[in-house]
Design a protein around this ligand. Structure first.
Ligand SMILES: Nc1ncnc2c1ncn2[C@@H]1O[C@H](COP(=O)(O)OP(=O)(O)OP(=O)(O)O)[C@@H](O)[C@H]1O
Ligand SMILES: [Mg+2]
Length: 303
């Protein structure tokens, strides 16, 4: 289970986030970025945050601590923004918090060089959980005290939104064309060698065990939280075993990203938003295309 804290103060909304996360102080004197179960995206996004976040942590990737946060909506009573008040009113009880990294910057790989090893691991992990939300538009990586951190895994594991179609998700190719680290010469072969053997049933079970029962309890078609957890584990083990389908660059032909053409950054649109407060783009979308390896160095992207 995650550590549990009780919120004692709503500090400020984080308006960069599509789900309108709130910065909150808790009874352990910590400060957390809190995502609310009453947000338009619903609690499955929080389930994805936990399963993918804890899986990433288990694979040695840097993720700030996740906690469950008990919320009394009365804490929002003096908040001037009606949208915030409504969100808190809709979110009594358990919510999800991430340790706030004060002063962290959104990571820009043109300013902070991410090496091929870490880039490969992050990209491989994102392909495993089908994370559509780590693009150069919205990097969902923070740079803090000289080190990178991964945040925001709510757009992963979309099979849970339509379990009947979950078998099709297992082999769905990952579209890495917009991935923020594609230009960092990701070493996917090394990442596959290092990470695939670590994606084991016990590691996955540990990640799904971190999800509170309350968020799994009434999933239609399942016989309670343990049954849902078992389905997550089975689904991710199956995806691990189907790597040649979703991560062609992990096998042969060899990784074209190492020698490929320049990474063409789409023109003009620099807006960060990929989702909205009522729903994320990317969920349950059409099957993605295969990885389109394309690489460009910092110089390419700085143009
Ligand atoms: N742990 C953290 N420490 C410091 N800043 C954070 C942290 N988590 C999030 N932020 C800041 O808040 C922003 C929004 O967070 P996050 O991306 O998790 O929210 P979201 O609602 O899922 O956003 P979106 O779906 O729009 O990407 C981040 O881009 C980052 O600037
Ligand atoms: Mg985000």
């Amino acid at each position: 289970m995650l550590r549990h804290v009780t919120a004692i103060r709503y500090v400020t909304p984080l308006r960069e986030g599509g789900s309108l996360p709130g910065l909150m102080e808790a009874d352990d004197l910590g400060t957390y970025v809190v995502k609310f179960h009453g947000a338009g995206q619903g609690r499955k996004v929080l389930v994805a945050e936990i399963v993918s976040g804890e899986l990433a942590r288990g694979l040695g990737l840097p993720v700030p601590e996740l906690v469950t946060v008990e919320l009394d909506p009365a804490l929002g009573a003096s908040e001037p923004d009606q949208e915030v008040q409504e969100l808190l009113r809709a979110s009594p009880g358990l919510n999800l918090g991430m340790d706030f990294l004060p002063g962290a910057l959104d990571l820009d790989p043109t300013a902070f060089a991410v090496g091929p090893d870490l880039a490969g691991r992050v990209l491989w992990f994102d392909a495993l959980v089908a994370n559509v939300d780590r693009s150069w538009r919205n990097t969902n990586m923070l740079f803090w005290h000289g080190a990178p951190y991964l945040i925001d895994h709510g757009a992963t594991l979309t099979f849970q939104h339509a379990w009947s179609a979950a078998p099709g998700w297992v082999r769905r190719p990952y579209d890495a064309a917009d991935h923020v680290l594609l230009g960092s010469t990701p070493d996917l072969d090394a990442a596959d060698d290092a990470l695939a053997p670590q994606v084991t049933a016990p590691l996955l079970q540990k990640a799904v065990d971190a999800v509170p029962d309350r968020w799994l309890v009434d999933e239609p078609g399942f016989d309670g939280p343990s049954d849902v957890r078992a389905a997550f584990v089975e689904q991710l083990l199956a995806r691990r075993d189907a790597r040649e389908a979703w991560c062609r660059v992990c096998g042969r032909p060899p990784l074209r990203a190492r020698t490929g053409r320049a990474n063409r950054r789409p023109p003009a649109d620099r807006s960060r938003r990929t989702g909205s407060r009522t729903g994320r783009a990317g969920h349950d979308g059409p099957p993605r295309l295969r990885v389109r390896p394309a690489a460009g160095g910092a110089a390419d992207r700085a143009r």
